[in-house]
Ligand binder design. Structure first.
Ligand code: GN1
Ligand code: MG
Length: 348
């Protein structure tokens, strides 16, 4: 548990301005712990504990984030995520208990959405990601450390799922069973992008890899500011980012909604997002890459469903959960979204 003293101590390790006047935990994400730090000066901060169980090399991860931010800063007059160094010229703080922390400048007057409320937000979110990908297109992706190897590798995720299935307890297996036929039915199709990537038919570039809409920052007029949560920036294909973004932007409900009637895939938001996205990045995409965009959406919804179900079968080792079947509910949510998408697939 963090108390005011420990937050103060951590905060003071960084080269910040102002004095801490208050703090609160921001409920965001399934992996890290995040705190908003209020000061008596003009700048507030975001202090984040980076989960070193999940991210095996935090120094390299922070290095990736800083590299990408510095690159983006050269390209835009607008705001970008800015990391605050430690007093002794490092961008992260390693505590005696083994925890790693980093500090960012809080971007004032900004908002995020977990569910897209209208087409304008979808369009703006698409522009944000398009911009991010366009502005990082000339950054040598091989400079980025692979923070989680095989992160969106579908073969790897299937293998993890099969291993979890083989060793799961009978109670959890019984709850997962109704979804197995859908997984089996889709397996071949869900490997298409992976095969094309492995065959070198899709370009490798800098990708964000966690593009859900809650990682888009908007100003109070609902104009996009920038993408946040760059923990997983590394090499990838454009489809990871486009697909994962629409997985959340087009879900009419939140990621763990359990009333399945509320979960539909919003095709209007798909088109608005795609329009904003392509406005910014289409120049760097091949005809094949554009043709594969719809498939990427289904693929990324699927991979998240598969990962949630895998973690459920593994007794919730990876994602933070709020109640016993939380990961199962998240998985069912994603598989329900796929069904809604399939019912309308000709409209993409
Ligand atoms: C995790 O912790 P958070 O919310 O930033 C996960 C993403 C998933 C996401 C699902 C490192 O991100 O891959 O898409 O949950 N990040 C990691 O909401 O596994
Ligand atoms: Mg993340």
């Amino acid at each position: 548990m963090m108390n005011k003293e420990s937050i103060q101590h951590l905060f003071d390790s960084f080269d910040h301005s102002g004095n801490l006047s208050g703090y609160r935990e921001l409920i965001s994400g399934h992996i890290n712990d995040t705190f908003l730090i209020q000061t008596d000066g003009p700048t507030n901060y975001v202090l984040q504990r980076i989960n070193h169980q999940v991210f095996k090399n935090v120094p390299k991860l922070v290095n990736n984030k800083v590299l990408v931010s510095q690159h983006l800063k050269k390209k835009t007059k607008g705001k970008v995520l800015e990391f605050v160094p430690l007093r002794k010229d490092s961008n992260f703080c390693l505590q005696q208990d083994g925890s790693f922390w980093n500090l960012m400048i809080y971007i004032q007057d900004s908002v995020t959405y977990t569910v897209v409320p209208n087409r304008e937000i979808a369009f703006e979110a698409g522009k944000l990601l398009g911009n991010f990908l366009n502005q990082t297109a000339d950054l040598d992706a091989s400079l980025l450390h692979d923070v989680i190897p095989n992160f969106h590798n579908m073969n790897f995720r299937f293998q993890q799922f099969k291993d979890a299935f083989a060793q799961a307890d009978s109670k959890r297996l019984a709850l997962a069973k109704p979804w197995i036929s859908q997984i089996n039915r889709l397996e071949k199709e869900m490997l298409i992008l992976q095969h094309l990537k492995d065959e070198g038919k899709i370009s490798i570039r800098v990708t964000h890899n966690d593009t859900k809409v809650s990682n888009c920052l908007f100003d109070t007029n609902d104009k996009g500011i920038c993408m946040i949560d760059t923990d997983t920036v590394m090499q990838g294909i454009i489809h990871y980012d486009f697909g994962d973004a629409l997985r959340s932007a087009c879900n009419s409900a939140k990621e763990d909604e359990t009333d399945l009637d509320k979960i539909t895939f919003n095709v209007d938001f798909y088109h608005s997002y795609k329009e904003g996205f392509l406005e910014k990045v289409s120049d760097s995409l091949s005809a094949l890459e554009i043709e594969l965009l719809p498939l990427s959406v289904k693929t990324m919804i699927f991979i998240m469903g598969l990962r949630f179900l895998t973690d459920f079968l593994n007794n919730d080792l990876y994602y933070k959960t709020d109640y016993p079947n939380h990961n199962l509910d998240r998985a069912i949510n994603q598989f329900t979204l796929i069904r809604s998408l399939e019912n309308q697939s000709e409209k993409l």
